[in-house]
Design a protein around this ligand. Structure first.
Ligand SMILES: [Zn+2]
Length: 139
């Protein structure tokens, strides 16, 4: 799967906040990446009683109309079911790696959006407090 988002939307922040929503009250959450003409919609669904989460990436044609379309209108590009801690840990580490490599100033120059520091801090706090993560944490 290769989907390349534009930089018009702050998709990286949406991704991190989407991961923090895994800890929220709603069983299903959505966020999207603007691919220019098309939409890549991420749908996260908590599998009750947990701890697993299903993440589905849908491709919907025509970004001008797709936000009003139901998930069933999209083509499944990727789907995975894993414990919440696995998704959260991976997203948190990816964000930290970006921050380590570019810093906040470099990220702003490269992506034209501020680095989503608050989203990373929220995700880290929730992950450490609520997940029994056995992986190594360096931050
Ligand atoms: Zn972890």
């Amino acid at each position: 799967m290769s989907l390349v988002p534009t930089d018009l939307w702050d998709g990286f922040a949406d991704l991190l906040y989407g991961m923090t929503n895994l800890y929220g009250p709603l069983a299903t959450n959505r966020f999207f990446f603007d691919l220019g003409a098309d939409e890549a919609r991420w749908v996260t669904r908590r599998i009750e009683p947990g701890p697993e989460v299903e993440v589905t990436v849908l491709l919907l044609k025509d970004m001008m109309t797709s936000p009003d379309l139901p998930d069933s209108a999209g083509e499944v590009m990727w789907r995975s079911r894993r414990p919440r801690t696995a998704f959260a840990h991976a997203a948190m580490n990816a964000a930290q790696a970006v921050l380590d490599e570019y810093g906040e100033d470099g990220y702003l120059r490269l992506c034209c959006h501020p680095f989503p520091t608050n989203a990373l801090l929220d995700l880290r706090r929730l992950h450490r407090r609520l997940d029994a993560c056995a992986a190594c944490h360096r931050t």
